[in-house]
Design a protein around this ligand. Structure first.
Ligand SMILES: Nc1nc2c(ncn2[C@@H]2O[C@H](COP(=O)(O)OP(=O)(O)OP(=O)(O)O)[C@@H](O)[C@H]2O)c(=O)[nH]1
Ligand SMILES: [Mg+2]
Length: 362
């Protein structure tokens, strides 16, 4: 099998949580892979280092102090385009990565600040087209707070300035429309920092607001149903239970007005509070975006192997089976089995989860 290289792009505004999604996925690897036949390894030091640093940062919010402690998470912005590479294999099969032949997943991460810079945007655009999976990180409090009506799907006034919902939608539509490769793509909407809404049983409302904020993008995917697998998969990196750490408020001045960042026109400070003593994060659902990516990757590999087999003809496919057995190489069936296992671990409903478009039958 030739190399299968799946490219995943992290999308989202500044300080939304792009790098955190990546880090959270990595720290949950064990949970996902411990019980499967898959192996995954970071292909380079930069990947490991950045991810460990981001995980340490989240742990750093926690220490043995009482409740009502406040903090503003806003550290370690990404400074350059980064590409994180992972190799994937099957534990009970020959590792072909050593020969440069195997499954490679690249995650592309960039500074969200770039979306506000015309020149930098030009660097990001060509990448969208190359990517098979797009993960859109959403800063939930900016979507959920400061709405001007009680409608369930009313969107917060700072959403667009923070999450770039409208612009991201336009870019994705434009770049994907110009696309000639018809193989299915996957888009994951990943709301972060949603502890408060989990505690207040408002995850269904969060789901509605995501759909409203990204309505034109979702319409585009729906109208091209066969090409796009689309899901909403919220994660809680700090963690849940009934209480804990959650968004409290946007900082205000003496007149009671929300203090705005002069450059970005978003609240300068989002204040989070510990409503209960918590000594460590209790992440929830963090493995889900990775599970979705893997289900996608395995489906692509299975399809590729099936196509190769179909192209072989009868004699060729018998010869291939003999080779697979003799060299202990993974077959289309092996990948289909792993995909089915991974699919069992997928969360698809409740607490804001929804598969909006499902051509891959997840
Ligand atoms: N409370 C809370 N904070 C979070 C969560 N996820 C991320 N954060 C914090 O939010 C801040 C921004 O997260 P990043 O992952 O660095 O955001 P980013 O989109 O990569 O930001 P740029 O690199 O600047 O584009 C960090 O300080 C994180 O620790 C979450 O689920 N809950
Ligand atoms: Mg980042």
């Amino acid at each position: 099998m030739a190399n299968v290289n799946v490219k995943v792009m992290m999308f989202g505004g500044r300080r939304c949580g792009k790098t955190s999604v990546l880090a959270a996925m990595q720290s949950c690897f064990e949970k996902v892979f411990g019980r499967s036949n898959l192996t995954i390894s970071a292909a380079d030091e930069d990947t490991l280092f950045t991810i460990e640093e981001k995980n340490r940062e989240i742990k750093g919010y926690f220490h043995n102090q009482g409740r009502s402690r406040e903090f503003t998470p806003d550290s370690n912005p990404t400074l350059e385009i980064m590409e994180y590479r992972f190799n994937i294999g099957l534990k009970n099969k020959t590792d072909k990565n050593k020969t440069g032949d195997g499954i490679v997943v690249d995650f592309i991460d960039y500074p969200g600040e770039w979306l506000a810079d015309r020149e930098k945007v030009k660097k990001i655009m060509p990448l969208i087209k190359q990517c098979h999976v797009i993960i859109i990180a959403i800063d939930s409090p900016h979507l959920m707070e400061q709405t001007h009506s009680d409608e369930e799907d009313a969107v917060g006034e700072f959403n667009d300035a923070r999450n770039y919902s409208y612009r991201i939608g336009e870019w994705v539509k434009r770049e994907f429309s110009a696309e000639s490769d018809l193989s299915a793509k996957m888009i994951l909407f990943v709301p972060l920092k949603c502890e408060k809404y989990y505690h207040h049983r408002q995850m269904a409302m969060l789901n509605k607001k995501v759909k409203k904020a990204y309505a034109t993008t979702l319409n585009f995917f729906e109208n091209n149903g066969q090409s796009y697998e689309v899901a909403i998969t919220p994660i809680l990196t700090c963690g849940a239970e009934d209480k804990g750490v959650e968004f409290s408020r946007f900082a205000r001045d003496d007149e009671g007005e929300i203090i705005l960042d002069p450059k970005f026109h978003t609240p300068q400070k989002a204040i989070y509070i510990f409503t209960e003593r918590m000594v460590e994060p209790k992440p929830l659902y963090c493995e889900q975006p990775m599970i979705y990516v893997l289900a996608y990757v395995l489906e692509m590999v299975r399809k590729r192997k099936q196509d190769e087999r179909d192209a072989d003809g009868i004699l060729g496919s018998i010869w291939r089976s003999i080779q697979e057995k003799f060299f202990n190489l993974p077959s289309a069936k092996d990948f289909a089995r792993e995909r089915d296992n991974i699919k069992k671990a997928m969360k698809k409903t409740d607490n804001g989860y929804e598969i909006v478009n499902n051509p891959l039958n997840f």
